[in-house]
Design a protein around this ligand. Sequence first.
Ligand SMILES: Cc1ncc(COP(=O)(O)O)c(C=O)c1O
Length: 349
Amino acid sequence: MVPVEVLESLAAEMVDYQKTGLSLVEVSHRGEVYGKVHLETIALIRELMGVPEDYSILLLGGGATLQFSMLPMNLLPIGKSADYINSGAWARKAIDEARKVGRVNVIYDGASENYINLPDPKSIKPSPGAAYLHITTNETIGGLQWKSFPEFRDVPLAADMSSDILSRPIDVSRFGLIYAGAQKNLGPAGVTVVIIQNELLSGISENIGSYLSYSMHAKANSLYNTPPVFPIWGMKLVLEDVKRRGGAAAVARANTQKAAKLYEAIDSSRGFYRCPVNRAFRSDMNVVWRLRNEALEAEFVEASANAGLIGLKGHRSVGGCRASIYNALKEEGVDRLITFMADFSAKNG
Ligand SMILES: Cc1ncc(COP(=O)(O)O)c(C=O)c1O
């Protein structure tokens, strides 16, 4: 979801941006009007996420999917290896792409338990000489979320935060690199945020394609080529909305409250609904559940859609049900879902 106020602002200013007589999607990306939007967006990310000064913030195209390849292309030099934690469908994609670039060690594999657990961050020991260690902070399909993060002295932590960026305060200084597609919590699809510690930029090979190089984008302040202007504009409005709401801490409080209510409804259903994920790692963003009678799941999804609750079908690869309750979803939305779930179980229990 994108906050409705943001959609309304985009619509209101689509044709004539701030009385310039032009749409923002028509002006030059090197001109003053867009330049201001670009810089303000980066400044808002820095402010709201507390990004230290020795980190660069990049606004790129290609989605988080491109980062699965770009990260090893930049930070996995020939002859070295990188560590990955396999926590589910998205981590697996990151691993598969990294393997096309270099040597990968999967140092924790949640597959044997069907991805219901994560490792204790304190127990994680990176491989000697690992170029970086990659985690997926929130598994969007599996409904699994890291609640605290490992900390290493010598091995940079790289994180795919696509589905929980800015959903809670994060100590960015614990990470070497963070990436996230915008379309879950930050705005319209089409822009990917990369936050990288400047120290890591210096080791990047010059023999990779220019667009694929973090250092190229950092030097050009993400204006190496034409940036995705429209989604950046949308992101700026979403970031302003987060700031008005009180920032990451305030948003996190609302998110925790929404998720706790929904998990409570599942857990108190006497087994009619069941969340497969270990309680310690249940996601505040993507709540997944099964019905005791799995044959009823299709009926549940259809009936919920008829009641105006859209998109509750679990990902096609895992089935079941899933509610994505990102930042912009109001608590009333969760309350409506809970009421629907209670009615459905009363009728079918
Ligand atoms: C955790 C995670 N990583 C990566 C991706 C892929 O993102 P994109 O579609 O921006 O390439 C997604 C998309 O849902 C995701 O949830």
